[in-house]
Design a protein around this ligand. Structure first.
Ligand SMILES: [Fe+2]
Length: 302
């Protein structure tokens, strides 16, 4: 009961047509719907209405992060829990948001707007459920099957992590501690994956990246070729993380939002003991092969 997984990431873009061209032709997402200021997209194996909303705005950034809850009643329970923590909660009625029913929204201690929703319109994936073809055809670009996770920034990672764990029920799979034992990075899950949501030190309200799932390392290698072919700026990779043990590439969409493709990692059971990294190992924690971070990866966020 409670939060199941990431539902959709809503990002603001300064050029809706350019962003849509990139997310469809290079990333290989599918446009589900458009309205006056937004484009709603999904990956080919996702059945829910959308996993990415591009919203026109004069500044690039995170508009909100939406997570799905298991039962309709979870909305009321989590609304009470967030209120008890001292944060106001807004109710969004059915019909106010495209592709979904009632939801709740609130600002988190890390300054992002979070939405929780249960009732999401099912539009179906591209493969039939019975006797599907061995692979999907006709999807251009990288063509990830689904969205995976996001990483946000917070001035006080420890305080934000306490909120996500004690109020919303996230479990911490890994943490990175500074020399004084304070959390400067935490990786949290609800879906028995290495992370659905992660936080690193930075300004409140920031988005470091959101990530698409790929099925294997060969898909990551092909994604690097697709990015290079399309002239997309690669930030880091292909490489592997120490934290999560996942394989990765970081790169930027044409408007400056960092994307990631991610595969691998482990399956944390509910009793998975939190893995602790210390700052002297930060290079290996984040980029296991390189053993060091680049300045851009540390400083650039939207
Ligand atoms: Fe990531």
């Amino acid at each position: 009961m409670g939060i199941l997984r990431l539902g959709h990431v809503d990002v603001t873009v300064t050029d809706l047509d350019l962003a849509t061209a990139y997310y469809t032709e290079v990333m290989g997402m599918i446009v589900v719907e458009r309205d006056a200021d937004s484009v709603y997209l999904k990956c080919w194996d996702e059945v829910d209405h959308h996993s990415l909303r591009l919203v026109y705005a004069p500044r690039v950034g995170l508009d909100l992060m939406a997570f799905k809850v298991e039962r309709e009643d979870d909305l009321a329970d989590l609304e009470k829990a967030v209120n008890r923590y001292g944060f106001p909660v807004q109710r969004i009625s059915k019909g106010e948001s495209v592709g979904q029913g009632e939801s709740i929204r609130f600002e988190t201690p890390s300054g992002q707007t979070m939405e929780l929703v249960h009732d999401v319109e099912k539009v179906g994936g591209l493969l039939p459920k019975i006797n599907p073809a061995p692979f999907v055809t006709g999807v251009p670009g990288i063509a990830p099957p689904r969205m995976d996770h996001l990483l946000v920034t917070a001035e006080e990672v420890g305080e934000a992590t306490t909120f996500y764990t004690s109020v919303l029920g996230f479990r911490v799979t890994e943490q990175l501690l500074d020399g004084n034992g304070h959390q400067i990075g935490t990786w949290m899950e609800r879906s028995f994956s290495p992370h659905d949501l992660a936080i690193v030190s930075g300004p409140n309200g920031g988005l470091h990246h959101f990530a698409f799932w790929l099925d294997d390392w060969e898909s990551v290698r092909k994604a690097a070729d697709t990015l290079a072919y399309n002239g997309i700026q690669i930030d880091v990779g292909p490489t592997r993380h120490g934290v999560t043990r996942g394989s990765t590439i970081y790169f930027f969409d044409p408007l400056g939002t960092r994307n990631e493709v991610f595969t691998g990692g482990y399956r944390p059971d509910p009793d998975f003991p939190t893995i602790t990294w210390t700052e002297d190992n930060i290079g290996r924690a984040v980029f296991y092969y390189e053993g060091e971070l680049n300045e851009r990866f540390m400083k650039v966020h939207t």
